[in-house]
Design a protein around this ligand. Structure first.
Ligand code: BGC
Length: 287
């Protein structure tokens, strides 16, 4: 096999690391849900690299969450772990209360926790539908509601950012690309789009900035089968004009930038970070 070119990746070859982040978020307190692995982990580490103190939310695997917190502390920030199922109202409320008790404030929420439970419509159970909608959509609603209440309570007392608070909803290219065999997941992400936009409209007058990131195919356990073998990877590349899979860091660093004051005027936007997946690459040679 030939060596991948400078910015390329492969089934077992990650793209080279991105440049280090400047300290854009010093003094800010950030909570990231689903942060013990995958995209959430990369987001928590990027926020820490940018100088924010971070809360690492997880449901199972406290050891993984603690390892993320430990790596985050290596950037010279405080980091703690919080167990909560984001689809459980009482657990979410308790997590936000504990976070504010520990850190004294909340400046950033990245509502990232999400899952897939794939099935064709002929075989998808109501339990599969409800589980994905509960975690992916209701979970983001519960966390956003708690964060907004805290931002409003803090008012202008925080002096760390132009906005009174920032929320990033982790959406997907599948908020706009239909996905056969994944109707629960695509519906949850389509729901996130209008939830985010409606909340952004409602809360912008309070100087609360709410946006989404729409990742494409990122190398994480959720889509392992789509990239782990050369054949699967080659097939996936038909959907990605930029010619490589995304790495978790591709999302983490964008999230850190999006919540920084460089993006103070970005309100209610979805930033697709997908190597061009949403460019309908099939049309490059057809139509
Ligand atoms: C899904 C992945 C998928 C990607 C692109 C993501 O939202 O979680 O499984 O590879 O979209 O289709």
């Amino acid at each position: 096999m030939t060596e991948p070119a400078a910015n390329q990746a492969g089934p077992q070859t990650a793209a080279p690391p991105l440049p280090p982040l400047p300290k854009l978020l010093v003094g800010q307190k950030a909570l990231v849900t689903g942060a013990n692995s995958g995209i959430g982990k990369a987001v928590a580490l990027a926020l820490a690299e940018a100088g924010a103190d971070v809360g690492v939310n997880y449901v199972v695997n406290p050891d993984e969450a603690e390892a993320v917190a430990k790596t985050a502390r290596g950037f010279g920030v405080d980091a703690r772990i919080y167990q909560a199922d984001v689809s459980n109202e009482a657990e979410v409320e308790k997590m936000f209360a504990s976070f504010v008790g520990d850190f004294g404030a909340l400046d950033i929420l990245v509502a990232n926790a999400g899952l897939q439970s794939d099935a064709s419509i002929a075989t998808m159970t109501l339990a599969q539908w409800n589980k994905v909608l509960s975690v992916n959509l209701t979970g983001q609603f519960l966390c956003a509601r708690a964060a907004i209440a805290q931002f409003r309570k803090q008012g202008d007392s925080r002096r760390v950012s132009r906005a009174r608070g920032k929320i990033v909803c982790m959406s997907s290219v599948h908020q706009m690309i239909p996905w056969a065999g994944h109707v629960n997941y695509a519906s949850s992400k389509g729901g996130i789009m209008l939830m985010m936009q409606s909340l952004a409209q409602e809360c912008a007058p309070d100087r609360i900035r709410i946006n989404s990131i729409g990742p494409g195919a990122i190398r994480t356990p959720i889509n392992h089968d789509a990239w782990a073998t050369q054949a699967a990877y080659d097939n996936l590349m038909k959907l990605i004009p930029y010619g490589r899979i995304g790495e978790p860091e591709d999302i983490g660093k964008v999230a850190a930038w999006l919540v920084s004051d460089y993006c103070d005027y970005i309100v209610g936007a979805t930033l697709f970070v997908d190597g061009g997946m949403t460019l309908f690459p099939g049309f490059a040679t057809n139509g």
